[in-house]
Design a binder for this molecule. Structure first.
Ligand code: SF4
Length: 212
């Protein structure tokens, strides 16, 4: 059984799939406590579902793209089996993970969107750098940047691990903390090979709205 916080249909707000219709499976629990977390409601609340029940729920939607998210979906190890089943059933599957737990057991057909936590998250020490060697070209590494220190740190990590040779890189701002134009200017000044993104769902809907 998996504890599920919510299952909903919306547009993908982030990543290279931003703007596409997507079914979201938000699993309960997170092992991190980022300063800027906007999904604290997923830390404990949820209802038990079997994998079959989750799949029958998502079959209600006419959509082939599915994201498994959280919280931290990898806290519940059965999430790996869920993703495999979704792939076997022909879905295009993504997972959003905070980057502190192992990713190597995830089915290779799944696109892993992995955070590397920056200093202002106060969770930087939890980054599992061994994950980097398991990244595939269909994966994406996300940096959520709240300050110039975060930006400089991210730049250094990209250089140190040659991340731009491994997969796509995403830079976004901590909502209401760093001005998007500031981050965009830094990226352009440094010719950084990263994709700037805004959390589209927070612009389309009220930023505190759940289930979108
Ligand atoms: S990893 Fe995600 S869900 Fe967990 S505390 Fe950080 S922002 Fe919140």
């Amino acid at each position: 059984m998996l504890k599920v916080n919510e299952i909903y249909y919306s547009v993908q707000g982030e990543s290279s799939k931003a703007g596409l219709p997507c079914i979201f499976i938000r699993l309960t629990y997170c092992n991190l406590r980022c300063t800027y977390c906007d999904t604290e409601y997923a830390f404990y609340e949820g209802k038990d579902y079997s994998i079959e029940e989750i799949i029958s729920e998502i079959k209600k939607y006419n959509c082939n793209l599915v994201e498994v998210t959280g919280g931290e979906p990898l806290v519940q190890t059965e999430s790996v089996q869920l993703m495999k089943q979704l792939c076997d059933d022909g879905y295009e599957v993504m997972i959003e993970t905070g980057g502190s737990l192992p990713i190597e057991q995830i089915d290779k057909r799944v696109s892993v969107i992995m955070d590397l936590k920056c200093p202002s998250s106060k969770m930087m020490k939890k980054n599992r750098y061994e994950n980097i060697k398991h990244l595939k070209t269909i994966d994406e590494v996300k940096f959520v940047i709240g300050s110039q220190e975060d930006y400089e740190w991210s730049k250094n990590i990209i250089k140190e691990y040659e991340l731009n040779k491994k997969c796509q890189l995403l830079f976004s701002v901590v909502f209401n903390s760093l001005e998007p134009v500031t981050l965009v200017n830094w990226i352009l000044e440094d010719d950084l090979p990263v994709r700037f993104q805004l959390q589209m769902h927070k612009i389309i809907w009220d930023p505190t709205k759940k289930g979108v």
